[in-house]
Design a protein around this ligand. Structure first.
Ligand code: ARG
Length: 590
């Protein structure tokens, strides 16, 4: 079997090819290659049993036939892979140490790993929509996940060969602008993008205006009048709106920068305001949309929740004629297809938007079919809520959401105290720099380590701990691998000449784990769930600890020493590549 980035995919290919000419297996045979319990091998094929059942054949006899055919195939060489039958008709596969050695030689650094992974998306054009906050609001803890999950998913997609566009679809065309503009005009407030507190002040202006509207209906009319003027292109209101958006974007960018988020384009809801008419027209002409109580709606009779009697429709134009979240999102899909030639669109938002995206995707599917277009693959990457220690959505004591800036500042302060305690000998500016990385990395990692669709409880002690599946633990694991080379006066990757294949149980176990990076990346990218990568990195770090505890790296035999140094260097490169994929820049020292 050829050395491939993800041996599971290569094995799948070989088994399918061999099965195609083996009696008892049709062309549709799926071998169902899965990771195996390491005691029995690397992979197992589970597909023979269902195949036997469908053909009313004896599964064990079928498995024997397939195994014999595999062993006879030139693609299946015993130097790289061995196989045996287990149970009623499973096949277990074991890669040989020579395969591991070949893999480690071929996928030796971040660039080669990236090249290996690139087959998965193979130049597909993907738009990823994040962090997409709403304008004129301060960023708070609720904005953490779209940034952290979005960035990790984006990096995974890029690593796996996607031609990626990060599109920041900001909510910059809402009804709140009427109220803010009213309050700005009445108070004579000056907007200034360089003002650090601008967003807080805008938020206060909005609260002020909302207060007026509550106590005085005439102010409600005044606010709506400002909104209508804005929507009709009134020059003064448009200029004010533009400034509000600019001030807001400048403030958000300061937080993006701290989390390493760099949108390629920022095409907010307002960008689509002249593109929604085409959506209304096409959906009406194709008979998908109809007027209901003054609004334009789409019913989905094939889905009980959204069918005409008893369900709720997808409203694509409001009764007052204004566009909404649905209209702009439909226009956005078309734009992404026509302008960016998107093969796939990935949306990263809170789980509470699931129904919106389900209705959106279903509507787009029908719309594209009726108009003879090809729909890109549309994926909603949603996430759960961050909970406080009381089990409810995390808040400050006064009940407000925690500001993102405060949260990140606190993370850095706490990390600084820990770094100072552990490495008091380092100069202060270096400790500060380390704390900046460790603080933000800890918050980020605690968010990513959970399956994104679950809620998780925010705990400073847990996320900053040096034990357990945390950022400090993994960052420290990198530092440890690097220090082996530093002590020897070697660069990473030096001293590997003449390395032999892994031999001891710990060497083999670590080598197998290193090869499994490909499987973890593949899975994380296929499901767009970064926690698979976190689980993997944690296990790799553990495997490495066991290895250096058991096998002396600086061995007298140069071949042993070289192959152990190779394992150290690969562990370092793999941990570093993995952390970078999660948005964490590894440290040399800490
Ligand atoms: N602005 C929205 C929010 O803050 C998220 C937008 C997500 N993207 C989209 N195309 N709908 O909830």
């Amino acid at each position: 079997m050829r050395i491939a980035f993800n041996p599971a995919r290569e094995l799948d290919r070989v088994v399918r090819a061999v099965a195609a000419s083996t009696p008892g297996f049709g062309g549709e045979f799926n071998p169902e290659i899965r990771p195996a319990d390491p005691r029995f091998g690397d992979y197992q094929a589970n597909g023979v049993l269902p195949q036997a059942k469908a053909a009313k054949a004896n599964p064990r006899a079928l498995a024997v036939a397939l195994l014999d055919a595999l062993k006879a195939s030139p693609e299946f060489d015993a130097a790289h892979i061995t196989a045996e039958i287990a149970g009623p008709g499973f096949i277990n596969f074991k890669l040989t140490p020579a395969y591991y050695a070949g893999w480690l030689a071929r996928f030796g650094d971040e660039a080669s790993l990236r090249a290996g992974a690139a087959a998965l998306y193979h130049g597909k054009s993907v738009i990823i929509d994040y962090p997409s906050p709403n304008t004129a609001k301060q960023m708070h803890v609720g904005h953490l996940r779209p940034m952290v999950v979005g960035e990790a998913v984006a990096r995974l997609l890029e690593f796996c060969g996607a031609k990626l566009t990060r599109d920041n679809h900001i909510g910059d065309w809402g009804t709140n602008f009427g109220t803010i503009i009213l309050a700005i005009k009445r108070t004579g407030y000056t907007l200034d993008a360089a003002n650090d507190n601008a967003l807080e002040e805008l938020e206060n202006l909005y609260k002020l205006g909302s207060g007026w509207i509550k106590s005085n209906p005439a102010d409600g009319d005044a606010s709506r009048a400002e909104l209508v003027k804005l929507q009709n292109g009134d020059a003064e209101n448009l200029a004010l709106w533009e400034k509000i958006v600019a001030v807001s974007n400048a403030a958000c960018e300061r937080q993006y920068a701290r989390l390493g988020v760099k949108p390629d384009v920022t095409l907010g809801e307002s960008f689509y305001r002249d593109k929604v008419d085409r959506v209304y027209a096409e959906l009406t002409d194709t008979g998908l949309a109809e007027t209901s109580e003054g609004a334009l709606v789409v019913w989905h009779d094939d889905e009980p929740r959204w069918k005409r009697d008893g369900g709720t429709p997808f409203i694509i134009r409001k009764r007052d004629g204004a566009s909404n979240y649905a209209s702009t999102d439909l226009a956005t899909i078309l734009y992404r297809v026509e302008h960016f030639r998107a093969d796939e669109c990935v949306y990263v938002t809170d789980g509470r938007q699931q129904e919106h995206f389900q209705q959106l995707f279903l509507t787009a599917d029908k719309w594209f079919k009726k108009t003879g277009r090809t729909l890109p693959s549309l994926r909603h990457v949603w996430f759960g809520t961050i909970l406080g220690e009381d089990g409810k959505a995390i808040k400050t004591k006064s009940g407000d959401p925690i500001r993102l800036k405060q949260l990140l500042d606190e993370a850095e302060e706490r990390a600084f105290a820990i770094v100072t305690e552990k490495s008091a000998d380092l100069p202060e500016d270096e400790r500060r720099a380390i704390a900046r990385t460790v603080g933000v990395a800890s918050i980020r990692y605690a968010d990513l380590v959970q399956n994104r669709t679950l809620d998780y409880t925010f705990s400073w002690d847990k996320l900053l701990a040096f034990e357990g599946n945390t950022a400090p633990y993994l960052l420290y694991a990198v530092v440890r691998t690097r220090s082996i080379f530093r002590k020897l006066g070697l660069e990473l990757g030096q001293g590997e000449e003449g390395a032999s294949a892994p031999e001891t149980p710990h060497e083999i176990s670590l080598a197998r784990k290193l090869v499994n990076f490909s499987g973890a990346v593949d899975l994380a990218c296929t499901e767009l769930r970064p926690h698979h990568l976190c689980t993997y990195l944690y296990e790799l770090a553990g495997e490495f600890s066991s290895f250096i505890a058991a096998d002396r790296v600086i061995h007298d035999d140069p071949a042993v020493r070289a192959r152990r140094l190779r394992l150290c260097a690969r562990t370092c490169a793999t941990l570093e590549s993995g952390l970078r994929l999660l948005g964490i820049e590894p440290l040399e020292r800490m």
